[in-house]
Design a protein around this ligand. Sequence first.
Ligand code: GTP
Length: 280
Amino acid sequence: IQWFPGHMLETKEFLRQMIPSVDVVLEVLDARLPISSANPLLDKICKSVPRVKVLNKKDLADPNATTQWLTYFNEKFHGQCVAINGTNKTETWKTVDDAVKTINRNKARKARVMVAGIPNTGKSTIMNSLAGKKIAKTGNTPAITRHQQRAGLKNKIDVYDTPGILWPILENQSGACRLAASGAISDTAMDYAEVAHFTADYLLERYEAQLRERYRLKDPFPSTANELIEAIGTRRGCLKKGGILNWQKASEVLIRELRSGKIGRISLEFPRDHLTPSPE
Ligand code: GTP
């Protein structure tokens, strides 16, 4: 996976300039991968400002994993952590408004909230839900938002968007594959076959029942990533001339269906995946 987001200094500078005029930072994370979809720059630069971690897209995430993540962050992180489906306007408004009210130190005026997160986590969707109207462009491709957007909301909170300034951190291959599987990395920067292989391995380990249900695969059930992709491809008719499997198409089917929730509610990481073993 290749990804050259550049302009790190610009981003730092932008955040540093914004911070003094902000009461609360709304850190939007993908509920399916709340560690891999975070950008640690926020931890460094936004230390002085109360923060709400918003685990968005909870409707696509495994509810069991989301419960574990909420417990994890509420123990480890000094701030608020909530899980929402950003497309649900009422739920989003109520949950975010409550969290902002709880955490905001400056009660005298309406809260100034900065929405930050890596591409495709749902920042614009959340802003639109908070505004109760369409103020920001949304789309299922990373980096749709290019200009800063600001919305005064019902006289209660002021929201500032931070378009395209945070990028995913691709320092380890599994984090990068999770991000690619979720849709946070543009399709042109990823290799479907590689990401599908990683995803198939993971799903076989954690979500066999959902795979069985979705693809109605006959026994013997695939036991390796390649066998699974091959079985899905065959089931979906991803074949080249002569009946040879089209791996690219089969890989795309798996990733597309994962992203859209067709395989079920799947989380790509659990807190236990990030616990460092204690030294012996
Ligand atoms: P950039 O402009 O790339 O920074 O993206 P963004 O963070 O503003 O994300 P955006 O709001 O454009 O949402 C990305 C995609 O995710 C869109 O297709 C949204 O409809 C979808 N989306 C956002 N929130 C949710 C959610 O809670 N659940 C589901 N199922 N889809 C969501």
